[in-house]
Design a protein around this ligand. Sequence first.
Ligand SMILES: Nc1ncnc2c1ncn2[C@@H]1O[C@H](COP(=O)(O)OP(=O)(O)OP(=O)(O)O)[C@@H](O)[C@H]1O
Length: 249
Amino acid sequence: MSEVLLSAKNLVKRFGGLAAVNDVSVDLWRGRIHAVIGPNGAGKSTLTNLLSGDLPLTTGSITLGGADVTGRSPERISRAGLGRSYQKTNIFLPFTVWENVRLAAQSRAQHAASWLRRATSYAPTNELAERAIDLAGLKPRRDAIAGTISHGEQRQLEIAMTLATQPKVLLLDEPLAGMGVAEAERMVELLHRLKQEHAILLVEHDMDAVFALADRLTVMVNGQVIASGTPAEIRADAGVQAAYLGEEH
Ligand SMILES: Nc1ncnc2c1ncn2[C@@H]1O[C@H](COP(=O)(O)OP(=O)(O)OP(=O)(O)O)[C@@H](O)[C@H]1O
């Protein structure tokens, strides 16, 4: 069933005199992919950093799963259900796919007395890791060393590591960057699968993928939203064509 999992209202981020994000509001729904597009410097990464708590807001508010998470640390926002994949990879290359995902799942399960627990009590963490690997389509590569798998598979691994923390909302920053055609197609299929259970915010430069995937789009230029709507509405928007899409096509 569709529901708003994340709601950001009137977000502003100023760096000195520059409003990198200027009065941006966005709702993320379970079952929908919401893409944010715009030219370089539009404020897409800054917006993502505000939603994840990696940057403090100047003003604005964010609710996640109904709870007000405004001003919370990235760790607390993550625990409240937000999962984020970073452009820069967090993968331990000498470890296997399984070990990487297991560590990600474990990082969430850890608490002060975890060193007292018996190995058998880690079963739920193992299950989480197995499920995340399966969902990310990496089962055949489960025991491969992360440094030996393809670039596309490493991006899938980052998503599996994010899924292992059981997020409700996924923020994906350029998941298709540097991918070949076949890898990109696989990632598009994966994102289609993931949206069934998650709300997804997608920042991506590959416009073919964006228009194939997005249910809603927000177009940013110079920190501001110049249009928001369905892919068909955005395609038909004269302002968007002039400000952004016209540059590309
Ligand atoms: N930490 C910072 N300090 C000062 N200015 C910043 C900082 N981070 C970003 N900016 C500025 O904010 C504006 C928005 O940058 P941002 O990286 O969010 O854009 P973007 O849309 O993600 O661009 P790209 O597509 O190139 O990644 C730019 O003018 C950038 O120079």
